[in-house]
Design a protein around this ligand. Structure first.
Ligand SMILES: [Zn+2]
Length: 249
């Protein structure tokens, strides 16, 4: 997702300091400005037009402890511990945190929400960690697939396209993708764990790609008109505890 404020940027390029890539943006400002952004701790330094890369490099070195501390903060924030799929673990569903409760039984595996607090996982006693994970993953997929059709229906009408096809799949680096020619969007299975408003935001974003391939000003204008609060949803999605991978889209 590119910034909609590219018109303000005079020039941007990247330098590497102590192995850390830093986006350097030159524009008509008075002072150097350093920032580290979620979700993956991207570093950006805005500089006045007359400050050269060597000065930026020295500035970055002087702030290296601060940069590393803030990058670590984001990286720790977004990594959940490895799951074992045993009772007592936290698992997210629809933006809520639940406690997993593994219950042994002899019938078919089953997942249900209990008392708005527990995800109950009914499995045979000899199920392995991988089998328990698969049962839960299939449940996430099933519930996400039940949520999607009404949202696609709603938003394709608002945006003014029809016949949008969709699929759910596990993706490592993207929340969603779009094939414009086929009018098909793919949604990340991880969205089952997020609040519905975040799922809606990704659906809207990908449907708009059918009209506009890139994140151009036109894209942002349609996005603003369709879902004025999309930036909040984006922020929420990027701040939520995530799986082990670093996500972008
Ligand atoms: Zn996009």
């Amino acid at each position: 997702m590119k910034s909609s404020r590219t018109n303000l940027i005079i020039k941007m390029h990247q330098i590497v300091v102590n192995g850390i890539p830093i986006d350097v943006v030159r524009k008509a400002i008075k002072n150097l400005h350093l920032a580290v952004y979620p979700p993956e701790g991207r570093v950006r330094i805005a500089t006045p037009l007359n400050v050269d890369d060597e000065a930026v490099r020295l500035f970055a070195i002087s702030k290296m402890a601060w940069i590393k501390k803030n990058q670590a903060k984001y990286i720790n924030q977004q990594r959940q511990p490895k799951r074992k799929y045993i009772s007592g673990e936290s698992h997210y569903f629809n933006g809520q945190r639940y406690i997993l409760n593994v219950v042994h039984h002899t019938g078919n595996p089953k997942v249900s929400i209990k008392n708005k607090k527990y995800i109950e996982l009914l499995v045979k006693p000899d199920y392995t960690q991988e089998q328990r994970e698969n049962v839960l993953t299939n449940w996430y997929r099933k519930t996400l697939k039940e949520q999607i059709p009404a949202l696609i229906e709603k938003w394709q009408r608002v945006i003014g396209v029809d016949g949008v096809q969709w699929e759910v799949k596990k993706m490592k680096t993207k929340w969603g993708t779009c094939n414009r020619e086929a009018k098909r969007i793919w949604l990340n299975l991880e969205l089952a764990k997020k609040p519905e408003r975040c799922l809606e935001y990704i659906i809207v974003h990908e449907i708009i790609h059918i009209l506009e391939r890139n994140h151009t000003e036109r894209f942002v204008a349609i996005m603003d008109k369709t879902m004025p609060q999309w930036r909040e949803h984006k922020k929420e999605l990027n701040q939520f505890p995530l799986a082990h991978e670093v996500w972008s889209y």
